[in-house]
Design a binder for this molecule. Sequence first.
Ligand code: GLP
Length: 266
Amino acid sequence: MTELLRKFSSRAGNVLVYPDPETASQEAAARIAEAIADSVAARGRAVLGLATGGTPVPVYRNLVALHRLGRVAFDDVSTYNLDEYYPISPADPQSYHAYMHEHLFGKVRIAANRTHVLDGTVPEAFVDEACARFDSWIAAEGGLDLQLLGIGRNGHIGFNEPCGLPVDEFAALPTRLAELHPVTIEDSARDFEGRPDRVPRRALTLGPAPILAARVVLILAFGPRKAQAVRAALDGPVTAELPASLLQRVSEKTTWIVDEAALGAA
Ligand code: GLP
């Protein structure tokens, strides 16, 4: 069923280029299903790191379709989401809790106590504790078998935003409360009635450390708006100024699934 246009290896991993987001998403869903089957066979469970945003929507749609065809089961799957706005209620339609329920958790048979999304209602004094607990839950499950990622226009992964930290210090950051970058606020406004002023200024995010520790990383990028960040992540310097460039440190386990437009003009 492959509609693969071409593939090449980059400093940040193998890159699979598809004609459009739909065919790319079919491939991503098939790879997630395969990772689930392999991990369940190998260790009795599969632990997925999941992403939100516009990009993974068709991936989840294809994954739900595979589930309905009996090609993937979630009985032995645990999920840990990358991020969540802070503060936000899980009942808020703009929350990533609501997103995950709408696109995946509400559509497949998965136990509620196996789906984990960072809690945007934790009192501020307990945020560090809640983030450390999230990391310890992942560790207690033996780490992430697969981390699904999108990429921000500014090269962010999760809500790990561009910053001036030395790269080793940045790579070691755990799950934590982070400030949103102005570009992210602008892009997230589409989920908040187009009103940047309604976008929370902060978010909880899985840190680079647990992301980079995943056994497999699958990163998706669709459309020309991502081209600059994608090109820099694939070929540019490894720097906290472009968080996705850190994938160059784990290139052997990283696959990029992109459409032609996300690579920009050759
Ligand atoms: C969002 C999320 C990221 C996501 C990225 C790209 O703000 N925090 O996890 O990967 O930005 O979003 P989109 O796929 O909508 O372009």
